[in-house]
Design a protein around this ligand. Structure first.
Ligand SMILES: Nc1ncnc2c1ncn2[C@@H]1O[C@H](COP(=O)(O)OP(=O)(O)OP(=O)(O)O)[C@@H](O)[C@H]1O
Ligand SMILES: [Mg+2]
Length: 214
């Protein structure tokens, strides 16, 4: 089953970022997108995850064109089936880390997995306010929040950018294991080529095109 299918996407801000980009994501599959800063990777991820509408082209989620979905259905898909880990964390700042997870668990009717908190090594800081956490701890809380939702697609933009190499590897393995176990898929944007090559497919966004390199 196709989790995501994008066809002929083009987008321009101040300059044309890309044109005619097509991409498919299947269950249990991970896709990495690399490319120089400013090439439009985050913009592409925003389009694929329905946060931004492309100038032209179409995006289908779970084999339905998102333009044909009602607002209600689309927000339900966003809430239950899409997991976003972006460059800025978007955690609720006034809350503790645990309260952030509780919100995610409540909205998606899932339970908080204490084992996951241990695996991410945030079990000891989980009751602290988000603003008291280090950048890397906040990043791991947002990863815990996404995995708590049990999404069918994970969109991750430099999810391990604030982490040391060892922790980054452990965290990424959680994502890979999750996709395998839950029949989910992942689109990962990263500058880390070694990490990118752990994904099933690797694309480079270059000269306005998405070129498959693995
Ligand atoms: N909302 C916006 N309005 C106007 N221009 C934007 C907007 N978002 C991004 N851009 C521009 O689009 C270009 C690509 O930005 P984008 O964030 O997609 O790049 P990126 O490949 O993710 O870069 P990085 O590797 O630095 O994160 C940049 O020139 C940026 O200024
Ligand atoms: Mg970016």
């Amino acid at each position: 089953m196709n989790l995501l299918s994008a066809k002929n996407l083009s987008h321009t801000f101040e300059y044309e970022l890309f044109k005619n980009i097509s991409l498919d994501l299947h269950a249990k599959e991970s896709i990495a997108i690399i490319g120089i800063s400013g090439s439009g990777k985050s913009t592409l991820l925003h389009i694929l995850s329905t946060l931004l509408k492309a100038d032209t082209g179409s995006v289908s989620l779970f084999e339905e064109d998102i333009l044909n979905l009602s607002k209600k259905k689309l927000s339900q898909i966003k809430r239950d089936s899409l997991g976003l880990v972006f460059q800025s964390h978007y955690l609720f700042k006034g809350f503790s880390a645990y309260e952030n997870l509780e919100v995610a668990a409540l909205l998606s009717h899932q339970k908080i997995d204490n084992e996951l908190l241990k695996k991410l090594n945030i079990h000891e800081c989980i009751n602290q306010k988000v603003t008291e956490l280090s950048g890397g701890q906040q990043q791991r809380v947002s990863i815990a929040r996404v995995l708590t939702k049990k999404p069918r697609i994970i969109f991750a933009d430099e999810p391990t950018g604030n982490l040391d190499k060892k922790t980054a590897n452990e965290v990424m393995n959680l994502f890979f294991e999750y996709c395998e176990k839950a029949n989910a898929g992942m689109v990962l944007v990263t500058h880390d080529e070694e990490l990118a090559h752990k994904c099933n497919k690797v694309y480079r966004l270059e000269n306005k095109e998405l070129v498959r390199i693995q």
